[in-house]
Design a protein around this ligand. Structure first.
Ligand code: DAK
Length: 258
């Protein structure tokens, strides 16, 4: 499919989706989010993609929702015609792992998009923030909920109330990102991580994503109960038999996603 605001490259079992509105620092608008949701849906059902990387440019992962397209909206406009339709919800429903590879600015909706991915690998130039307060509004794509769960109330409040940016070092120590790498190595590192994931049984990968995400939605005891049931279900797969046999035989497992 031809996209105008993103590019998609599928190779080596990895779908690399790059946000591509350079003139606006990849600001999110309805077209971009809709194309992104379409591309993610396509990758989710494409056997050639076993892991997805979402990235932007060196200067910006995404500098937020497009302010110029929002500026003239009224309360009635945003209530009756939600800016992004159901695109963000579609992105949140993707089953394959999505790694956000973030360089430069990830602000407002851009930070929220990165957090909606499964984990974030940041370059040492990355800057995260929820600066909507500077525009007289607040986060609108889950930032108040996801950032708070990731970094705790104090730092989340700080970010949302002052609008300050967090650099990559702070983001790593706060738990917002999983690792920080030199900017030049960002995509290599993301590809290496995606490659590792692509080698695994995709049944186990899907299950792991599912149970970790469940921890955000439920109590500890219910989450543990759910994890146990999903764990047990994997003993119905050939990949469990193969994975454990390979360990015993001291060889690499050959997973077949069955
Ligand atoms: N929107 C539109 N254009 C943007 C943009 C944005 N968010 N961010 C940058 N640009 C544009 C700039 O206007 C500029 O365009 P030209 O003037 O060249 O035409 C170009 O990108 C380069 O930006 P700068 O010249 O400003 O570059 P600098 O290096 O000087 O500064 C910056 C980089 C990232 C610090 C600065 O651009 C900046 O502060 N940008 C705005 C960051 C921001 O406030 N982000 C939060 C946006 S509000 C919703 C849910 C969620 C949301 C909305 C609705 N619903 C559910 C309905 C989310 C809201 C937000 O994200």
């Amino acid at each position: 499919m031809a996209y105008e605001t993103i590019t998609v490259d599928i190779s080596d079992d990895i779908a690399l989706i790059t946000l591509n509105r350079p003139d606006a620092l990849n600001a999110l608008n309805p077209q971009l989010l809709s194309e992104l949701a379409d591309a993610l849906d396509a990758a989710d059902t494409n056997d050639k993609a076993r892991c997805i990387i979402l990235t932007g440019s060196d200067k910006a992962f995404a500098a937020g929702a497009d302010i110029t397209e929002m500026a003239d909206k009224s309360f009635v406009d945003v209530v009756t015609n939600p800016l992004f339709g159901d695109s963000f919800e579609r992105i949140e429903r993707i089953q394959k792992p999505i790694i956000a590879a973030v360089s430069g600015y990830a602000l407002g909706g851009g930070c929220e998009l990165a957090m909606a991915c499964d984990f974030i690998i940041a370059s040492d130039t990355a800057k995260f923030g929820q600066p909507e307060i500077n525009l007289g509004v607040i986060a609108g794509l889950g930032g108040s909920q996801r950032l708070t769960r990731l970094v705790g109330k104090s730092k989340s409040m700080d970010m949302h109330l002052t609008g300050r940016f967090m650099d990559a070092t702070e983001a790593e120590s706060a738990g917002l990102v999983s690792r920080v790498v030199p900017a030049k190595k960002l995509l290599d590192e993301a590809r290496a991580a995606a490659g590792k994931i692509a080698e695994k049984s995709q049944l186990a990968v899907k299950a792991a994503k599912d149970v970790v995400n469940r921890s955000y939605e439920t109590t500890l005891s219910e989450g543990i109960r759910y994890e146990k049931a999903v764990f047990q279900s994997l003993f119905a797969t050939e990949d469990q038999t193969e994975g454990m046999a390979a360990f015993k035989e001291k060889r690499e497992a050959q997973f077949r996603d069955r």
